[in-house]
Design a protein around this ligand. Structure first.
Ligand code: NOJ
Length: 545
């Protein structure tokens, strides 16, 4: 692969160090509404997160990424932000957020917060001011306001669609009561897109980064990181490169942001949500003076198949190598169908932009076996590993939420055709909730057996397994920093070694339909299922020494 341009001229920054913490971190994603409820109102909050820091420490993660906790009307689960420098009262206060960061640090856990620079809430003061100020005003120039097409401006300015379904534009009513301009919203209509052609937007976000860095946060997860810059001509899109994504100008933003982080000496990090499927263009975001890491969506989308997984692992490592970047390994997040359910279906592949359709059956027992094996695979690959809250409990997707309880705009904007993302956002079962406690999305009764309380008592549970695997990963230099090499194996089996300072760990994942006779070894460090008698059943993984 060609080395992306500008790599050679990039200034090496302090955080490019090969031993930086984030190069091998285990990062736990907290979706705050659904993690832990501290005040008993049915909605997760900061008090809940603070109370569960010992749980996270015991789980053995190095950092948490907290999905948006800012004041928000929740038109898109918090990704519609009304104030980037405060905490939503449902979650707590800014003082509690500061206390959380400091207590997490005391527990040895770093804190990454979410930043949403592509769009804000329609309740954000800038957008309210833009509506009031009217056409041609500097307030409107912070967003993409345009007159409509058609004789009376009754048609949207172009044919861009919203990611959630329907037109990507909404028409406003002007001060005189007449229908007026349209504004662009790539996501829900309540999420107007910022115009990054405007220097005020740049200055505002650099100031927001500093605001949180000054409060000790250890980095930022950047929402739809490749969407910020649009082709300013706003052309119709029929085919080919999308004029709203992956524009070359976006890299200037991240070069400037990287400098903001470099002024802090606690080694803060960026992780970008970058959707670009072209490996060379993806790697551009990871040049040494831009983002440190980005989510590995091709891996998440891969079917449970040895050839497909090996191909995506190889291409991941190959695309990161020329820019010296660290790979990430992600199985699920708050936008995707939980992988226990995906891996239990006949078709185990997943399309991020596909629809979550009704009535696809899943064998959850099979899904859980595969999920445990996948956990060992991701934890043994070089780079950092993400755990979405509830992965460690083996939670499945909740697919039977009543329509009146659903909250995700995807469900409503597709007329219920796409089930949306509520099913992966159901609050975690802790097992110590009050008997009459209700959560904002109801937990299925089957989760009682999967609660933290139930699983903590059982060392062979998924939770016990995750704790052991994460502890081994952090104790073994080979797994964190070792060289990676594929080893020969029968068809349908993934086999590789991680080696550091003469010490090796071998990971085998049996995706074939038959038991695998294990190669010579001195010790089974951990297995995701029974690995006695020297054989490994199908859909099982093992780490050998
Ligand atoms: C990606 C986030 O992960 C998702 O939850 C959100 O709806 C969109 N970006 C828009 O902010």
């Amino acid at each position: 692969m060609a080395t992306p341009e500008a790599f050679t001229t990039a200034t090496a920054s302090r955080s490019a160090s090969p031993s930086a913490w984030w190069r091998s971190a285990a990062i736990y994603q907290i979706y705050p509404r659904s993690f832990a409820d501290g005040d008993g109102d049915g909605i997760g909050d900061l008090a809940g997160i603070r109370a569960r820091l010992p749980y996270l420490r015991r789980l053995g993660v190095d950092a948490v990424w907290i999905s948006p906790w800012y004041p928000s009307p929740m038109a898109d689960g918090g990704y519609d932000i009304a104030d980037y420098r405060d905490i939503d009262p449902v979650f707590g206060t800014l003082a509690e957020a500061e206390a959380l960061v400091s207590e997490a640090h005391d527990a040895g856990i770093r804190v990454i917060v979410d930043i949403v620079p592509n769009h804000c809430s329609d309740q954000h003061p800038w957008f309210r001011a833009a509506l009031e100020a009217g056409p041609g005003s500097p307030e409107r120039a912070r967003f993409w306001f345009r007159p409509g097409r058609g004789e009376h401006g009754e048609l949207p300015p172009n044919n861009w669609q919203s990611v959630f379904g329907g037109a990507g534009w909404r028409r406003v009513t002007e001060a005189d009561g007449a229908p007026g301009e349209w504004y662009l919203h790539r996501f829900a209509p309540e999420q107007p897109d910022f115009n990054w052609e405007n220097p005020e937007v740049h200055a505002e976000f650099e100031s927001i980064l500093r605001f949180w860095l000054d409060r000790g946060v250890d980095g930022f997860r950047i929402d739809v990181a490749d969407n910020l810059v649009k082709d300013p001509a706003l052309p119709d899109h029929e085919s080919g490169p999308t004029p709203w994504a992956d524009q070359d100008g976006v890299h200037e933003i991240y070069r400037a942001w990287h400098k903001v982080l470099d002024a802090y000496d606690h080694d803060p990090v960026f992780v970008g949500e970058v959707w670009t499927s072209d490996p060379e263009r993806f790697a551009r975001y990871l040049r040494p003076d831009e983002l440190h890491t980005a989510f590995n969506f091709p891996f998440l989308q891969s079917p449970w198949d040895a050839t497909a997984l090996r191909t995506v692992i190889d291409s991941t490592l190959a695309e990161h190598a020329p820019v010296g970047a660290t790979a990430t390994w992600v199985l699920s997040n708050h936008d995707t169908t939980r992988h226990v359910t995906r891996y239990g279906r006949a078709d185990t592949s997943y399309a991020l932009d596909g629809r979550r359709v009704h009535g696809v059956t899943a064998d959850l027992g099979l899904g859980r076996r595969r999920a445990a094996a996948a956990a060992l695979l991701t934890m043994a690959l070089p780079g950092c590993v993400y755990v979405y809250q509830g992965d460690e409990l083996g939670l499945d997707e909740v697919e039977d939420i009543a329509p009146e309880l659903r909250q995700d705009p995807t469900f409503f904007q597709t007329g219920g055709e796409d089930l949306g993302r509520d099913g992966c956002r159901v609050p975690l079962p802790w097992g110590d909730e009050a008997p009459d406690a209700r959560s904002w999305l109801p937990r299925p009764a089957a989760w009682d057996a999967l609660s933290v309380r139930e699983q903590s008592a059982d060392p062979d549970s998924m939770l016990g397994f995750y704790r052991r695997a994460l502890a081994l990963r952090s104790a073994r230099t080979a797994l964190r920093e070792g060289e990676f090499a594929w080893l020969s194996a029968p068809a349908g089996v993934l086999s590789f070694a991680r080696t550091a300072a003469g010490s090796s760990v071998r990971c085998l994942v049996n995706l074939s339909g038959t038991p695998l006779v294990l190669p010579d070894h001195t010790e089974v460090l951990i297995a995701s299922g029974p690995a006695e008698n020297g054989t490994l059943p199908p859909d099982t993984a093992v780490w050998l020494r």
